[in-house]
Design a protein around this ligand. Sequence first.
Ligand code: 3IO
Length: 344
Amino acid sequence: MNRRKSLSALTATLTAALAAGLFGLPQAASAAEVTLTYAFFAPAKTFPARQMTHWAEQLAKRTNGKVDVKTFPGGTLLGAKEMYDGVTKGVADIGLGSPSYDPGRFPLTSGVALPVGFTNATQASRTLWALTKEFKPKEYEGFKVIAMFTTEPGFIQTKTAVRNAADLAGMKLRAAGTGVPVLKALGAAPIGMPMPEVPQSVQTGVINGTMTSREVLQDFKLAESLKFVTDYPTVVVAFAAVMDQKKWDKLPADVKKVIEELAEEMPGWTGNYHDNENVGAAMAWAAKEHKLQVVSLAADERARWDGKLKSMEDEWVKEMSGKGLPAAAYLKRMRELRDQFAKK
Ligand code: 3IO
């Protein structure tokens, strides 16, 4: 073979490879062996939706394009209240919902929303995931849990300043279902409601504020009307992304392996984003653009609030034990994991 010929053959091969690479890309995406739809009830820019996008990208990448995930944020496929039943019915392959919105359906998971003193979302998220693996709560029967995480402990965010129990007395405040007993114990008039309904409910005066993680001030533009945050961390809100168990069983083994690997990473990834970027940026934005004020509680007032929440753990254990759930063991382990995952 002469030198000239072999060179041109090489050029042809390279050109063909390049063309296949360039024009093959979109083809490869649509030719994925597995396509999964993934639904979430809140907008794309919120932190749980960012988790969904990150997960979808990582799954595609780590399976070399074998899996294509189509994400549906903003409740376009399933809303907050229909999320888990929607997955069972096959409306979406994966659904990211909040078990905290329905403590009756997710009783053991509601334990992570007790006032046990989590200091951030990373700690609480890792605790929730470890607890779920250890206790395998019956409430997830029929589902494969593919990701879990929580918010930071929620703060009371209001139209008018809440400096003490008198300011809070009878105030109409919204929380996730698990936050309702906390607000009740503090003397407010709580309403359980999914997060996407909050902006309009504030606008129409149905509520005077909400108790949740602070990034909602920016991500739901709530700082336009909620000008005060009371500096008293309360309880977290739990999230769980699930697949229908039967659908999960049919996935190829290598895909399952990557999804299980990602499940281990999601509490830390999401917690880190929420704790170290999302909330801080939102607080700075709200202070600068909307003159948000952080209201401190006097030490004696703080102690009285703590006192009002003190009996909640015992009441929860009593109620859940009555349902035959291992609530005392769950709470004990939760405290251990909380301390294990505490930073420094
Ligand atoms: C939440 C839900 C969806 C999108 C962003 C969010 N930030 C905090 C929550 C949790 C929540 O709904 C609640 O009740 O605290």
